[in-house]
Design a protein around this ligand. Sequence first.
Ligand code: ADE
Length: 419
Amino acid sequence: MVKHDVKDIGLAKKGKLRIEWAAQEMPVLKSIAQRFAKEQPLKGMKVVACLHVTTETASLMETLKIGGAQISLCASNPLSTQDDVAASLVKNSGISVFAIKGEDTKTYYRHIKDALALKPQITMDDGADVVSYLHKDAKALLSGVIGGTEETTTGVIRLKAMAESGALKYPIIAVNDAFTKHLFDNRYGTGQSTMDGIIRSTNRLIAGSVFVVAGYGWCGRGVAMRAKGHGARVIITEIDPLKALEATMDGFELMPIREAARIGDIFVTATGDINVISKSCFPLMKDGAIVCNTGHFNVEIDIDGLASMSKARRIIRDFVEEFTLRSGKRIYLLGEGRLINLAAAEGHPSAVMDMSFANQALCSEFMVRNAKKLGKKVYGVPEKIDKEIARLKLKAMGISIDTLTPEQKKYLQSWEMGT
Ligand code: ADE
């Protein structure tokens, strides 16, 4: 068997069936896999992927393997691994996986190191932990890397900071910046899966609740939209005046977080920044307030601050921790403040990951073909790839659209014609 560290290889059968179920909703990735099988664009390439180990990631890994790559996979979050999927990838697909749901921070980084033992030419990140590890702790491997891809907003922000300071040593394609990624995955994926995580972990009624969403980026919009659909009174907190204005005109109430703290029943952070729900917010909250995060890192809620002002804490049900403040007030933290959609549910549905991971597959092919021409920068996804994925997705959904007539094309290219 290939090298691995997974929870229980005996879970492989269950994982295989769930991967098959998810793959039914991933026709774009399937069509890419069919082409990759013939063309072998990744032949001989060693890929280290640091992604949430889910049924959808399994389809991506299998597609890269079909395209000729050798892969080592580790988790991009200690709580997001689906152990049955990890087992199936090892046993049924012959792919090295180093990931266990609930692993501690030390094991998380050891798994990144284990995956990197492959000596990658391509890195595939969700949050930039592999790039960061390579640049800080495994510099000797950098010379072998031709390029990488990054899945998420937070990772892209980190990588752009690295590129700007001159630290980045190889080109990266920001998959997150593709329209076929963030418009669908961040909005509809996060929207649905975050509600799913909150509902699965709490079984609380959303209708009639005061639901506070911190951040009105694409993820925050998705969550707000779905919470509203459930019948909640939705409040948005923002620091960007444009996004705040947009949220207002989308029909949401806007206010500072400390004001929202007093009235919210459920709080979700989706900002990518640190201490958005800070220590000073907790004493203002109602008894029984629920707080969770759907941003990439577990930094958005000041958990240490919450712990320091609590006289007791206990796990009251799976993914729900009760903190009792000295005043007697209870605050409930979901999923250890890690992304609730992957910690307590299964992440984004396959139909959106189909497009995100089609971008990953096509961008790794692009990287193999073009790495030599690229600088040590963060690049957007080529428009041709983005449009092609949208076209394939529509085709798979059986939706046809119009094309411009020659007369319309001419009109768009001319400036003489007015009223
Ligand atoms: N990120 C969010 N949802 C995901 C999923 N289902 N698989 C992999 N990465 C994800």
